[in-house]
Write a protein that binds this ligand. Structure first.
Ligand code: NAD
Length: 286
């Protein structure tokens, strides 16, 4: 339970959150891709609670409707009126451009969270990954981040913003080798890290910060649907979690809030890892 009475997706065990709402994003306009999914929706709710106006962009219109109902339930009608849903396919540049332009009537975007991504069930190793799955994964996870970053910069310039923050979702798998391969996904997330680092250098003098978020394995549909009820597949991974549990989407959202806010004004070009210590593990406690 938070101090204002909202659970905001509070999770099991250590993942409960006691958050004081402080208007940390007051007056800011945010654009979030994959806004109807696990991390995107929790981030939207948190951003709204912190005073931002938010555009949730997603390819799935039904999920966007469901997301809006949840937002209204959690933050109330008045705060929810600062959220807009837009259907957007991040693989299509004009779709991304139009979705970001939905913030024009608010004065353009201050924060862009390029978070939409897929991990396809047919993604495998070098031998078994098909070209179709490879191309689809790169189109959403890499090209989508490029388009979102490009139109973030163009919108910020158009609206003469003096600062901006762009957060691109990568993954802990971009930092570690896994013997349980999803080659296209892993390669795509490595590309997000490299691209984001370079964008951070190119745009630092115009005060647009670019950081990558590297989540660990989470309780969201993306991973949980993929693992399904295959206990062996789950165990093969869970045995390596230092904290003994999956992360929660809200725990990623809290990190995104920091990167989006002015509190992180000197944080640029980082691979911001939120993984419960997984990427630092040698052996874990019994
Ligand atoms: P999710 O599946 O819950 O949400 C992803 C959202 O992206 C969905 O709402 C989906 O409709 C949307 N989307 C898919 N293709 C799209 C497209 N072409 N255009 C626009 N929207 C599209 O997943 P999540 O767990 O919230 O993951 C969000 C991000 O975090 C992804 O980039 C994912 O790779 C990354 N990530 C997740 C985990 C995890 O364990 N869940 C771990 C590391 C990184």
């Amino acid at each position: 339970m938070t101090t204002n009475g909202s659970t905001n997706g509070a999770a099991n065990g250590d993942a409960k959150h006691y958050v004081t709402r402080r208007g940390r994003l007051a007056g800011k306009n945010a654009f979030i891709t994959g806004g109807a999914g696990g991390i995107g929706l929790e981030t939207t709710i948190l951003f709204l609670q912190e005073g931002a106006s938010v555009i949730l962009a997603d390819i799935n219109t039904k999920a966007l409707d469901t997301a809006m109902t949840k937002i209204q339930d959690i933050v109330g009608e008045q705060t929810a009126s600062k959220a807009k849903t837009v259907q957007c396919d991040v693989t299509n540049e004009s779709s991304v451009e139009a979705a970001i332009a939905a913030a024009d009537e608010w004065g353009g975007v201050d924060i862009v969270f390029n978070n939409a991504g897929i991990m396809h069930g047919d993604d495998a190793d070098a031998i078994d990954t098909s070209e179709k799955i490879w191309d689809l994964t790169q189109a959403i996870n890499v090209k989508g981040v490029w388009y979102g970053s490009k139109h973030a910069v163009l919108s910020m310039r158009k609206h003469k913003k003096t600062k901006g923050s762009v957060i691109n979702t990568a993954s802990f798998v971009a930092l570690m080798g896994a013997a349980t391969p999803q080659l296209a996904y892993t390669a795509s997330k490595g590309a997000v890290l490299a691209m984001t680092r370079e964008l951070a250098m190119v745009h630092a003098r115009e005060n647009i910060r670019f950081n990558s978020l590297c989540p660990g394995p989470l309780n969201t549909p993306l991973l949980q649907d993929w693992l399904g009820d295959d206990q062996a597949k789950r165990h093969r991974r869970e045995v390596h979690f230092p904290s003994g549990r999956f992360g929660e989407a809200i725990e990623q959202a809290q990190a995104v809030l920091f990167l989006a806010s002015d509190e992180s004004s000197f944080v640029n070009a980082t691979d911001f890892v939120v993984d419960g210590g997984l990427s630092k593990a040698y052996v874990t406690a019994e």
